[in-house]
Design a protein around this ligand. Sequence first.
Ligand SMILES: Cc1cc2nc3c(=O)[nH]c(=O)nc-3n(C[C@H](O)[C@H](O)[C@H](O)COP(=O)(O)OP(=O)(O)OC[C@H]3O[C@@H](n4cnc5c(N)ncnc54)[C@H](O)[C@@H]3O)c2cc1C
Length: 391
Amino acid sequence: MLKMRVNLDLLVLGGGIAGLWIAAAAQRAGYRVALLESRALGAGQTLQSQGIIHAGLKYALLGQVNETAQLISAVAKDWETAMAGRGDVDLRGARVAAEAQYMLVPGGLIATLAGAIGHAALGETIQNLKEPDWPAGLAELGFKGNVIAMHEPGVEIASVLRALLGQLQDVCYHYDPSAAQVKIGTDGGVASICIGDVELAPARVVAAAAYGNEWLAEKLGIKAASQHRPLKQVLLKGDLPHAYWHGVGGSFRPAFTISTHKTSGGETVWYMGGAVAENVEMPDAQQFRETAAALKKYLPKLDLQNMSWAALPVMRVEGYDPRGWLPDRPSYQQQGNVTLGWVNKLTLAPLMAKEVLEKLPVPSNESITPLPLPPAQIADNPWDHVAWQSI
Ligand SMILES: Cc1cc2nc3c(=O)[nH]c(=O)nc-3n(C[C@H](O)[C@H](O)[C@H](O)COP(=O)(O)OP(=O)(O)OC[C@H]3O[C@@H](n4cnc5c(N)ncnc54)[C@H](O)[C@@H]3O)c2cc1C
């Protein structure tokens, strides 16, 4: 059968934050780019994330103004620039859900952390707040202790995805990898990918497909340098204040981290990670009880009656680290014309896009005609599909 052969400068696999940012930046730079997504855009870790654009302030707070802190702080500025419409992608349509994160430090713990909190890093971006300046609703819930504001925004991920897709007309397509035929090139990379009658012949391929990178690695006859770390996030739905609150324990590793979202029906959801999400083997009912107890320690007046609970198992897919830790920058693996990439944090997507584009040859500046493939759609938020329970 006669195939439609399409030459591309760049084929991106995976439509999470990394793939979409790379595709949008590449298209803007004049590359002929297409993106293939196996489910829906954002359906992986991206829409499961808490949407916090880290600026390295946690490190500064601990007195560790190191390379990682500086790198993250620079990437956070790339988000700011993009959201102002002056970056490598245009995120003016993206919505900031919270301007700051609030660390809740119980009274007795402040002495342990006094050294860090007294550090010179405290300034305009990290502030120990007086009670009248606490975020709305916190004092009413009975919190006693110190509240430290960190100027790291929380973004509404779906709005980020819409803004990116808005720039990627006729670029993002849905396909079924199990029905695609991958032809291997003489360099051991990808010569072409056939989907039905369409043959995509890319000069370069970037796989930003999380577990899908393992699928492509297998086709290439290599082992993907990745690691999986599961979590079970906890969700609480009801009459709750807008919170981007982090319950600090004996260190800055939080007992819980709350981000706040709305369901499609307008109900408020606290989406919670941190220590409460670490024990993935724990039965849901026990996890809800333990989360309730952890919340009550910080927020004794929180009324948990009439609330609905849900658990969301998620899998973090990251570049391999020999210690099993989260790598502190994007990770890459090269085979022929293929780069397998793991962004490792939502925040780091602009850095990954920059590093990928730096390695591309000069753009062709040619346009491509739309492909006869179904367009990829944006996935729903996870809180619109979890099974709610009462306890
Ligand atoms: C609970 C949780 C909270 C988090 N909170 C934060 C946070 O607040 N701040 C932060 O900076 N980071 C956070 N992260 C990390 C962040 O979410 C991820 O690092 C980031 O979203 C990864 O993006 P990605 O595009 O690489 O992968 P994904 O979002 O997983 O996207 C991969 C895409 O590839 C698609 N795919 C799979 N197989 C194939 C295939 N064969 N072909 C084509 N497509 C395929 C998938 O359907 C998916 O859409 C969090 C992660 C989790 C799990």
